[in-house]
Design a protein around this ligand. Structure first.
Ligand code: GLU
Length: 478
């Protein structure tokens, strides 16, 4: 049997990192088992679902590098893949449940139900439906239908309504019949409830494994009863644990960015995100932490997914992202960095610039900061901590020999400056760094100085080392 799994987002906003992790686990599981990965959009909450959100969610999944064989955008043998377009499929299943007596029409109004719930609460009873409409005679039902009374479709929990599943992550989970009251399958507006549509779709789409968030575990009781009533086989379930923030409460906006888009905007690489999210709950068999898709496809398994909640560790994500950035060639990083950096400088120069600062950067957006010294130089601020004699010597050096264009020329310059100033080591390099780059910390001077020199030739907004020092000299010597 072909393994078929699905990710079933509700299009009510951006893709959350928790949703992304669920999608990734499904995608990896499909690959590991040479199966199929399906996207189904659960948009029956009409007030909150939008097509715009659907395309954002699909865009985020694509940005992460996920691919699916069937979905609303690519179609497939079980189309349509949007629940709002599948009402006829739910209607047929509803008819079957009505015909067998597994479900019945409920004519109770919202107000009547609310009153019943309140009463149950006052009497400290479970708030289960009191079966008023289950007990209606055929004649009573006909009379109400003839009077066009609106109704919902309610599932009747059978006597043998206990359910045990063998969850692939959590092991055996059992629910007792008594914990459930008769529940709604189709609302009076004709729209199916989540528990109903999910069962009909997972069956119709031949889903073999339902891998989803832990918050749906309790829904599984109802869903298994619906499968049984329809005489359908039940898929295997795997409920993935929650993601927590560092304070061990459920990950939320309070903890920082939660949407995949926000991480993209902050300069995280999709490969690093996928790697990190895969490790949120799954551990590799050989303990490695950095791996690509092929490794995960080969090794992913649900029995190495932890049933305990995973804690989202932003620092670890940044570290991992840094590893991916340091590992990339400048040519690979360049198009990504250009998005965050405005310069007319040609590719060859930008490649060198990226290479000079890469090791200090763990997010793409931070290239702007790391390269700020290239476009930003405040001679007045620097002049306050400079010695006029040193500046003069440096200007003479640049005017006589030109600013260094290579590491070799840089070394020769250092030798000459040592002689001219009598300084060496830190007391030479610190003022040199400040005079040329304008900042106390930054990349190696042996590369930064030639970078500024070559940059000034290709981007008119880059001030050359010589002109920086000349500006300093003017300020210091009046
Ligand atoms: N649409 C549900 C959600 O976004 C997923 C339901 C499921 O996977 O069964 O939480």
């Amino acid at each position: 049997m072909t393994v078929r799994v699905r990710f079933a987002p509700s299009p009510t906003g951006h893709l959350h990192v928790g949703g992304a992790r669920t999608a990734i686990f499904n995608w990896l599981f499909a690959h590991r088992n040479r199966g199929e990965f399906i996207i189904r959009v659960e948009d029956t909450d009409q007030a909150r679902s939008t097509l715009e959100s659907e395309s954002m969610v699909l865009g985020d999944l694509k940005w992460l590098g996920l691919e699916w064989q069937e979905g609303p955008d690519v179609g497939g043998p079980h189309a349509p893949y949007r629940q709002s377009e599948r009402l006829a499929v739910y209607g047929a299943a509803a008819q079957q449940l009505l015909a067998t007596g597994a479900a019945y029409r409920c004519f109770c109004s919202e107000e009547a139900l609310e009153a019943k719930r309140k009463k149950a609460e006052e009497e400290a009873r479970p708030p289960h439906y009191d079966l008023t409409c289950f007990r209606l005679s055929a004649q009573e039902v006909s009379a109400k239908l003839a009077a066009w009374a609106p109704f919902a479709l309610r599932f009747h929990v059978p006597e043998d309504g206990d359910v045990t599943i063998d969850d692939l992550i959590r092991g055996a989970v059992t629910w007792r019949k008594e914990s459930l009251g008769d529940f709604i399958l189709v609302r009076s507006d004709g729209l199916p409830t989540y528990n109903f549509s999910v069962v009909v779709d997972d069956h119709d789409m031949e889903i073999t494994h339902v891998i989803r968030a832990e918050e749906h575990l309790t829904n599984t009781h109802r869903q298994v009863l619906i499968y049984r009533a329809l005489g359908w086989g039940v898929p295997q379930f795997a409920h993935v644990s929650l993601i927590l923030g560092p304070d061990r409460s459920k990950l939320s906006k309070r903890h920082g960015a939660t949407s995949v888009t926000a991480y993209a905007d902050e300069g995280f690489l999709p490969e690093a995100m996928v790697n990190y999210l895969t490790l949120l709950g799954w551990s590799t068999p050989d303990g490695r932490e950095i791996f690509g898709d092929d490794y995960a496809f080969e090794n992913f398994s649900l029995d190495r997914v932890n049933s305990a909640p995973a804690v989202f560790d932003r620092q670890k994500l940044e570290w991992l992202n840094g590893q991916y950035i340091h590992d990339r060639s400048s040519a690979e990083l360049r198009p990504l960095v250009r998005r965050f950096l405005e310069t007319v400088a040609p590719d060859a120069w930008l490649d060198e610039a990226i290479d000079v600062v890469k090791k200090s950067v763990d997010r793409l957006t931070l290239f702007t900061e790391a390269l700020r010294f290239v476009w930003h130089y405040d001679a007045r601020a620097v002049s306050h901590s400079m010695d006029a004699n040193f500046v003069t010597a440096l200007l003479v050096e640049f005017d006589t020999h030109g600013a260094p264009k290579s590491a070799d020329e840089f070394q020769l310059m250092i030798e000459r400056l040592k002689k001219a100033t009598g300084l060496k080591g830190k007391s030479l390099f610190m003022p040199l760094r400040l005079a040329v780059t304008g900042v106390e910390h930054g990349p190696e001077l042996v590369r930064a100085v030639p970078l500024l020199e070559s940059g000034s030739k290709v981007d008119p907004s880059i001030v050359s080392p010589r002109d920086r020092v000349a500006a300093l000299a003017r300020l210091l010597n009046g």
